[in-house]
Structure formats: structure tokens, C-alpha cells
Design a protein around this ligand. Structure first.
Ligand SMILES: NC(=O)c1ccc[n+]([C@@H]2O[C@H](COP(=O)([O-])OP(=O)(O)OC[C@H]3O[C@@H](n4cnc5c(N)ncnc54)[C@H](O)[C@@H]3O)[C@@H](O)[C@H]2O)c1
Length: 294
């Protein structure tokens, strides 16, 4: 039986880890060709090795890409066109935790870094995907990873939360603009997903936490989000555009329930610290303790 993405060509940013890696492997299993575009060359190449082990070696390539840099985003999309002759889908998924700490202590540099990766990266992915897809004249599909943090103020640090809200409305605005060209633009809002971004190589303690984070009785896995991305990339989503699809095991459905769990007496993960989290890019986070009285 033909896969659901047979003959389609996709670029997946952040494809070196977590949600991006799971989506790369899922898209490949459904017949797509995939460019893995990631800042971290080690994890990007590891995704390609995993794909090769599954027998998809001729349909995948890695390109080291910083999504905050326009020329590098263009190169990643052009790599797909040069290798496979077209571009059908771009998954703007790369992300980091970004700036955290009290609003009174967040530096402009850390704020700008957060928005450069999470918002400028998505803007550039949409801009250049749309140029290529419009020129092809056969439509296309653009998927952006937002977060449930973009739907409230309580599910992430301030900059992250604001950036993900921006991704949701950028998705809606560009979906309207690109609909006449049959280019669909949608966002996915994951809840807590057990990826290296949040477990940093030690998933078990976090798995226990995430099992209680939402009503659904198991921790969110990257494969759960890959399934949503597959739907949005496929022709089954023909009439779906401008949507922000929540995939969170019911976390947002129960509102403050999750917040009560978080505040059951255990300290919040970054309590007492200020700095910036550069995710799984291979670059170290900067952590500074908050001094007394701050
Ligand atoms: N894990 C969660 O609980 C969760 C929840 C909601 C939303 N998200 C979002 O899902 C997306 C994927 O996150 P994940 O959990 O799979 O994290 P992850 O750390 O496992 O993977 C993210 C990937 O993005 C790459 N990346 C970071 N900065 C980049 C840049 N400037 N250019 C190119 N690549 C870059 C990293 O190197 C990494 O490979 C992110 O946008 C994140 O904000 C995650």
C-alpha cells in the first residue's frame, strides 16, 4: 500500500531531536523525502543514521541550519528542491527553552535570542517555503510547532510563552494570505512531551511527572506529535488551514488542574535561577543564581 506522503518532499527543522526526529522517521515511513535541518550537527547526523538503519538512506539528508539566519533557511529549502526537484511540506519545528527567570532580570540579549529562534525562524520558514510553493503552483503545506504555552501565561517562561503565542497568530495570518494559492498553514500546540528539550538525557523522573501533568494517563511522546504533523502534511487535511491543533492529553481542557499539580510543594524546575536555555543545540545554558531579596 502506498504511504500517505508518497512522492512528497519535506523539510523538517529541529529534525535532529525529539519531535522533529520522530516526525522525520514517520514521514520517511510514509514515503516522503526529508531534509533534516538542525543547528546541532551531531544529533542531525544521528537522525540520518537512524533513518538509514530503517532503509530510508536515499530519501533523507542533513543540512546544518540555524533557523534564525535567513540565508541558512533558504539553503535548507533549496537543498530539498535541488535533491528531489520540489518542495511540498515545511515543518517549522526547531526550538529552545530560551530566556527564563524573573521578568526584572531577563536580558535583552536572551529575549532576542528566544524570539530569533522561535519566531523569526518560523517567519523565515514560512516566507521562503511560500515563495517556492507559489512558484511551483501546486499548493503545499506548512506546519509550525507552537505550544500550549502560547495559549496561556502559565505553561512556560514569559519569552517562550509570548513567542509561541506569536507563532499561533502568524500561522493564522499567513494561512489567510496563502489560502488562494492552496498553501495550508497550521500550528500544533503540544503539551508536555518527553523529549531531550525537557529531560536532557534523563527521561525517567520527568516521565513520572508528565504522567500526572494531564488527564491522559501516559506521558506525551514525540511520536504523538509526529502523528498530528503527518495528518496536517497529508491530503486528509485538505480543508484544514489556519488551525492551532492542541495535542496535550487534555492538559488545557482541565485548566488550572495542571497548575495545581505543579504547585504541590515541589520546587519549579528553574526556581531561584535566571539565564537562558539554548535547548539541545549543543551550546551550554547560562544559569545565574538569583541573589537574596530579588
Ligand atoms: N517537549 C515539549 O514538552 C514541548 C512542548 C510544546 C512545544 N514544544 C516545541 O516543540 C519543538 C520541538 O521541541 P522538542 O521538544 O522536540 O525539543 P528537542 O530539543 O528534542 O529538539 C529541538 C531541536 O531543535 C534544534 N534547534 C534549536 N535551535 C535551533 C536553531 N536555531 N536552528 C535549527 N535548529 C535548532 C535543536 O538542536 C534540537 O535538535 C520546539 O519548537 C518546542 O518549543 C515542545
Amino acid at each position: 500500500m502506498a504511504g500517505r506522503l508518497e512522492g512528497k518532499v519535506a523539510v523538517i527543522t529541529g529534525g535532529g531531536s525529539g519531535i522533529g526526529r520522530a516526525t522525520t522517521l514517520r514521514f520517511l515511513s510514509e514515503g516522503a523525502c526529508v531534509v533534516v535541518a538542525d543547528y546541532n550537527p551531531a544529533s542531525g547526523e544521528e537522525t540520518v543514521s537512524l533513518a538509514k538503519e530503517e532503509g530510508y538512506g536515499d530519501r533523507v539528508l542533513f543540512l546544518r541550519t540555524d533557523v534564525a539566519e535567513e540565508a541558512q533557511v533558504v539553503s535548507a529549502l533549496q537543498a530539498a528542491v535541488q535533491r528531489w526537484g520540489r518542495l511540498d511540506c515545511v515543518f517549522n519545528n526547531a526550538g529552545v527553552g530560551g530566556a527564563f527567570g524573573p521578568i526584572t532580570h531577563i536580558t535583552v540579549e536572551d529575549w532576542d535570542y528566544t524570539f530569533a529562534v522561535l519566531v523569526r525562524g518560523v517567519f523565515l520558514g514560512i516566507k521562503h517555503a511560500a515563495r517556492i510553493m507559489k512558484a511551483q503552483g501546486q499548493g503545499g503545506t506548512i506546519i509550525n510547532t507552537a505550544s500550549i504555552a502560547g495559549l496561556s501565561g502559565g505553561d512556560g517562561p514569559q519569552a517562550y510563552s509570548a513567542a509561541k503565542a506569536a507563532v499561533i497568530n502568524l500561522t493564522r495570518a499567513t494561512a489567510i494570505e496563502l489560502a488562494p494559492f492552496r498553501i495550508r498553514v497550521n500550528a500544533i500546540c503540544p503539551g508536555g512531551i518527553l523529549t531531550p528539550l525537557i529531560h536532557r538525557g534523563n527521561p525517567e523522573p520527568l516521565r513520572a511527572f508528565l504522567q500526572k501533568f494531564q488527564p491522559w494517563p501516559e506521558a506525551g511522546q514525540p511520536e504523538h506529535i509526529a502523528g498530528v504533523a503527518l495528518f496536517l502534511a497529508s491530503d486528509d487535511a485538505h480543508f484544514v488551514t489556519g488551525a492551532a491543533i492542541v495535542a496535550d492529553g487534555g492538559a488545557t481542557a482541565c485548566g488550572a488542574f495542571a497548575a495545581r499539580h505543579l504547585r504541590d510543594g515541589s520546587p519549579l524546575p528553574m526556581e531561584g535561577l535566571v539565564g537562558v536555555d539554548r535547548g539541545t543545540t549543543g551550546e551550554m545554558p547560562v544559569l545565574r543564581p538569583l541573589s537574596g531579596g530579588e
